[in-house]
Design a protein around this ligand. Structure first.
Ligand code: CMC
Length: 423
């Protein structure tokens, strides 16, 4: 017998069915009084389930993250990013034959139209790479008009594959543009992550070959960043998609949302913060400043996790493998001390604030010689697989309607226009 909830007002009583699931939810579309429908007021959609989804499960209290039911720890230990992308999109892990076919299919689409290169090229040398990536992705439906046929399953799939294949190329070129280096074209001999690293870092070598430990660490980071249910950028993707938009336009909007420092931009902000703190002995002073209303402790806190973010735990371990190759990032000690200090502090304990995915990832990116502006790009590249899966699920869900929330209007009403010279 499903749980139900009774809502009583002087005029009426409504019985609401509560759905099963990790989040207990009721369908507020049913709620009406004699004066009309009753809306929920929920800034930030903190307590609103905006869709149904079978892609990613999070239990924020327990610190659990699963893609299609598989714990993130198992995927990070055993899978590749493209394998996880397949899982997110199709719901099952691929067989070896399916995986080979999938890898070949994605890898065949890595080249981007030369005019996209011109779009990137037209930016000023110091433009943020997220802007270049966003406009590159948003332009893509103009090169592949079939993307607009969102009711055609074959066209949907083809354009998702194109997007997954081309986003590393655009991201790498956005970086090369900022350092004034020639653009490196994709290399068929290299896998998804190795090829990305080659397009980023190739100099005079004929073929750039990354250290396998670095490739594996980036592969793990890609898996951890692939999806995270209805976060700000995924919500943006779904909202834009709900108006009938193609995957490129929708993901372009997601990239814009991810850029924000409270979301994907936090990894860049963490590194700047660690640099400003500078040394272990300045940690207490910085944390006291945060508690007294100064800057936030970046890379800490999460809307959903009220426990250690499971992704942060895995990244913390991956740091060791990368630092074996690159040497230890001197800011690691500051980060470790900051975490220790904050986790023992009443302010953070009371609010259940723990390190999130962005706390340690920047240390790895910096050790790999990425400039801070590239950090959020390194989040956007793998998140594209999650955005695409969420886009597909949204536009094929018969219950989904155009996203159009209500507002609680607080402004003036019915004022009389006053001519400019009388104001
Ligand atoms: N440092 C100091 N205080 C904090 C922090 C922080 N990082 N995060 C939350 N708080 C405090 C906040 O001031 C509030 O205190 P009070 O109840 O006294 O007013 C309380 O904790 C609840 O915070 P909130 O802002 O209501 O929480 P939220 O769920 O709206 O925000 C968040 C979540 C991630 C935006 C926030 O924790 C934050 O700003 N963190 C720093 C930025 C960051 O690391 N973002 C990355 C998030 S994970 C990856 C991703 O989404 O891309």
């Amino acid at each position: 017998m499903p749980e139900s909830l009774k809502l009583t007002s002087p005029e009426t009583t409504v019985e609401l069915t509560v759905t099963d699931g990790a989040i207990r939810a009721t369908d507020l579309r049913q709620v009406a009084t004699d004066q009309g429908p009753l809306a929920s007021y929920d800034p930030g959609l903190v307590n609103t389930a905006s869709c149904r989804s079978a892609i990613t499960y999070i239990d924020g209290d327990a610190g659990i993250l699963e893609y299609r039911g598989y714990p993130i720890e198992q995927l990070a230990a055993n899978a590749t990013h493209l394998e996880v992308a397949y899982l997110l999109l199709y719901g099952e892990l691929p067989t070896p034959e399916q995986l080979t076919a999938w890898e070949n299919r994605v890898n065949n689409h890595r080249f981007v139209h030369e005019n996209v290169r011109s779009i990137i090229q037209s930016y000023r040398y110091d433009a943020h790479p997220m802007a270049k990536l966003m406009s590159g992705v948003a332009s893509m439906h103009t090169f592949y008009p079939s993307a607009r046929q969102i009711d055609d399953p074959e066209a949907r799939e083809r354009n998702i594959v194109r997007l997954l294949a081309k986003i590393p190329t655009m991201a790498a070129w956005a970086y090369r543009h900022s350092i004034g280096r020639h653009y490196v074209y994709p290399n068929d001999e290299l896998g998804y992550v190795d090829n990305f690293l080659a397009m980023l870092f190739q100099s005079q070598q004929l073929v750039y070959r990354a250290d396998p430990r670095v490739t594996r660490a980036l592969e793990i980071l890609f898996i951890l960043h692939a999806d995270h249910e209805q976060n700000c950028s995924t919500n943006a993707v779904r909202a834009v998609a709900s108006a009938g938009n193609d995957v490129y336009t929708s993901v372009g909007a997601g990239i814009g949302a991810l850029f924000g420092p409270l979301h994907g931009g936090a990894n860049e902000a963490v590194l700047k913060m660690l640099g400003e703190i500078g040394s272990v002995d300045r940690v207490p002073e910085f944390v006291e400043g945060v508690k007294n209303g100064g800057a936030r402790l970046m890379g800490f806190g999460h809307r959903v996790y009220k426990n250690y973010d499971p992704r942060a735990r895995i990244i913390k371990r991956a740091c060791e493998d990368v630092f074996e190759v690159t040497g230890v990032n001197p800011l690691l000690q500051v980060a470790l001390e900051l975490e220790k200090y904050a986790l023992e502090d009443e302010y953070f304990i009371k609010r259940r604030l723990y390190p999130n995915v962005d706390f340690y990832s920047g240390l790895i990116y910096e050790a790999l010689k990425f400039p801070p502006e590239m950090f959020t790009v390194l989040f956007a590249v793998p998140r594209t697989s999650g955005w695409a899966a969420q886009w597909l699920e949204g536009i094929t869900d018969p219950q989904q309607r155009i996203t159009r929330p209500k507002q609680v209007y607080t402004g003036h009403r019915n004022r009389q226009f006053i001519a400019a010279d009388e104001r």
